[in-house]
Design a protein around this ligand. Structure first.
Ligand code: CIZ
Ligand code: SF4
Length: 364
């Protein structure tokens, strides 16, 4: 979704990297503890080096809420992450996204109007009181509020199986959005079979399913995906195993199921970080996730061979939008007491989105 970031003045776009670094350093010093810069694992190196804290989307949002002294939270990540941070932080804290066009193509694959329509369609063929809606963290605050209001919860890639088990203890079916792959991989990991899952295509009537298929299913998986993770293929794994017979393959659960099946381990960014950090010196590991995180792990673990599972992988284009000119621009505005690019969620959405996020915390 295009969110109309206005172009930056030339004084930022034409500045040299050295000048930008000096300006960011000065702005950070001027703002002191009033400022907290958060950096997601998928950020580029020129940006992540300025982050006070690094983590996955949920950890970052929690840290933002814990750092009550920080008036300004500059979120180097994508839109849904800044929204979650705004939901969890106090009214005295402003969450700022350096480039408003840093969205997430997966999160944009499900919007609130579509999800409300799907719910109404489901009500025609089944009892929606028995369906528990679960949204992946990678979704808009409006979707988090939707699930919160209807007895559902948010999940992350670290806790999806615990959340889905909880959902099935309270209902008969799960409507899972927006990532079909995380939903499918988690359901398989929990022991369910392909026959228990149906893909719901929001662009077709009744998701493209017939009534019997909807009734039979346990998991209705929204037809969404991450374009970065969907690129990893079984052929990449075969090639790696051929080249490095003693190597290990670790992939993110946003990858396709046939990739997850062939991998040695599957886990969230935080898990991948732990596994690589704990691996023995000399280990050879191919990783299937965003390239900036893989390159950073390679740099930080020089005693191990860490490579990308796909040698031609592209970075996440929206994460990549956050750059030093945008960071310098938001920070210098803050120094001049001007808050630009603030992400604010209205009170009603905040209330229910918080319920959905807090429910996730209680369950896990
Ligand atoms: O939640 C996040 O930060 C993302 C995008 C993935 C992960 O596995 O942590
Ligand atoms: Fe969204 Fe995929 Fe980018 Fe993550 S890597 S922010 S899921 S597009």
């Amino acid at each position: 979704m295009l969110r109309l970031q206005s172009p930056l003045p030339d004084s930022y776009t034409l500045a040299s990297p050295e000048e930008l670094a000096a300006r960011i350093t000065a702005a950070r010093a001027a703002l002191g503890s009033r400022l907290l810069i958060l950096g997601h694992h998928y950020q580029r190196p020129e940006v992540i080096r300025w982050a006070d804290l690094r983590g996955d989307s949920f950890k970052l949002a929690q840290w933002a809420a814990e750092h009550t002294e920080a008036e300004y939270i500059v979120f180097c990540g994508v839109h849904f992450m800044a929204e979650s941070a705004d939901v969890l932080t106090g009214d005295n804290q402003a969450v700022i996204l350096p480039d408003l066009n840093a969205g997430c193509s997966m999160a944009d694959m499900a919007n609130i109007e579509q999800v409300e329509d799907v719910w109404a369609e489901l009500a025609k063929v089944t009892d929606t009181d028995r369906i528990v809606p679960i949204t992946y963290m990678n979704s808009s605050a409006a979707l988090k509020a939707f699930v919160g209001e209807r007895g559902g919860a948010v999940c992350t890639s670290s806790n999806a199986s615990a959340i889905l088990a909880w959902a099935l203890a309270k209902g008969d079916k799960v409507l899972f959005f927006p990532d079909q792959h995380l939903g499918r991989n988690t359901a398989f990991q929990m022991g369910f079979e392909a026959a228990d899952m149906q893909v719901w295509n929001p662009h077709l009537d009744f998701g493209g399913l017939d009534e019997a298929a909807i009734k039979r299913s346990i998991f209705l998986l929204w037809k969404g995906h991450c374009s970065v993770h969907q690129r990893f293929s079984p052929e990449h794994i075969e090639k790696f195993r051929h080249d490095y017979p003693t190597g290990e393959v670790i992939v993110h659960p946003e990858c396709r199921h046939e990739v997850v099946e062939l991998a040695d381990r599957t886990g969230s960014t935080e898990r991948i970080l732990e596994w690589v950090t704990e691996a023995k010196p000399g280990s050879i590991i191919a990783i299937g996730t965003e390239i900036h995180m893989v390159s950073r792990l390679a740099e930080e673990n020089p005693d191990k061979t860490i490579i990308s599972l796909d040698p031609l992988i592209c970075p996440c284009a929206t994460m990549f939008r956050i750059d030093e000119p945008h960071l310098a621009w938001v920070l210098e505005n803050l120094v001049n007491a001007k808050v630009v690019n603030q992400i604010t969620i209205d009170d009603k959405i905040t209330e229910w989105a918080k319920v959905a996020l807090e429910r996730m915390l209680e369950i896990t």
